[in-house]
Design a protein around this ligand. Structure first.
Ligand code: ADP
Ligand code: MG
Length: 221
């Protein structure tokens, strides 16, 4: 009786465009808070960087909408790389371009394919920035998120529940950066003084994962 593939309904270009809308709205709403987090352990520009990148990406995708989920992710990644001056631009750009490329030209993909693609993207972030778990970076939200996503799908969760588990793991991961000492990026210059502040990039990663979860819930994936 179950007509849907395991892991819920397929993910198409419209789904990823909807995610881009939700992500841009969240980044815009939280821009001041992200910049505030980047103030004691950075240069107070993370919210501005993210907003500039996501607004440019949404405009580009609206003007020339790609017709595959991979195409949308690649377009967003490209815009982030070309419009964001900070470290987060190339890192998020790599995440999304790699993930998009991993999805190829398929018009629809499953949640399991999206999970594998995001993992490939997260590995790209690790390769580009040289950071690992525990270094107090965006990877401390992204790694637990892709792990939780794969675990939930393996256990038979539908897309919306699996993405909600990923968002919760990203959020927990972001909060867990507070007691860490930064070993990569601008915050690492502060050494011990980076302890006691939540990492801005891990916080924005949690926002992006929450946008995926919200999108899946809204479309009933
Ligand atoms: P910048 O540090 O150049 O001002 P942003 O403020 O936009 O750029 O982004 C800072 C965030 O980027 C950090 O909070 C951290 O999560 C992430 N980041 C910085 N360097 C790295 C790295 N080498 N690997 C992974 N993430 C990194
Ligand atoms: Mg900064």
């Amino acid at each position: 009786m179950n007509a849907l593939p395991q892991g819920g309904s397929p993910i198409d270009a419209a789904f990823v465009r909807r995610w881009l809308d939700a992500a841009t709205t969240a980044v815009d709403r939280e821009a001041a808070a992200l910049t505030q987090l980047d103030s004691p352990i950075g240069d107070a520009d993370h919210g501005t960087n993210m907003r500039r990148g996501f607004v440019a990406a949404r405009t580009a995708v609206e003007q020339e909408p790609p017709d595959t989920p991979g195409g949308v992710l690649v377009a967003v990644g490209r815009q982030l790389i070309s419009t964001v001056g900070g470290a987060s631009g190339p890192l998020y750009g790599t995440l999304l371009r790699r993930a998009g490329k991993a999805l190829g030209d398929e018009p629809t993909v499953t949640a399991a394919q999206l999970a594998d693609a995001l993992r490939a993207g997260v590995e790209g972030v690790g390769q580009l920035g040289g950071a690992a778990a525990g270094d107090k970076t965006m990877l401390d939200a992204l790694l637990p998120a892709v792990d939780a996503l794969a675990r939930a799908l393996d256990a038979g969760s539908d897309t919306a529940d699996a993405l909600a588990a990923a968002a919760a793991a990203a959020d927990e991961g972001a909060k867990a950066t507070t007691p860490m000492r930064a070993r990569k990026g601008r915050a690492s210059y502060l050494g011990e003084r980076s302890i006691g502040h939540q990492d801005p990039g891990a916080t924005s990663s949690a926002l992006l994962m929450t946008a995926f979860a919200d999108t899946a819930r809204e479309v009933g994936a």
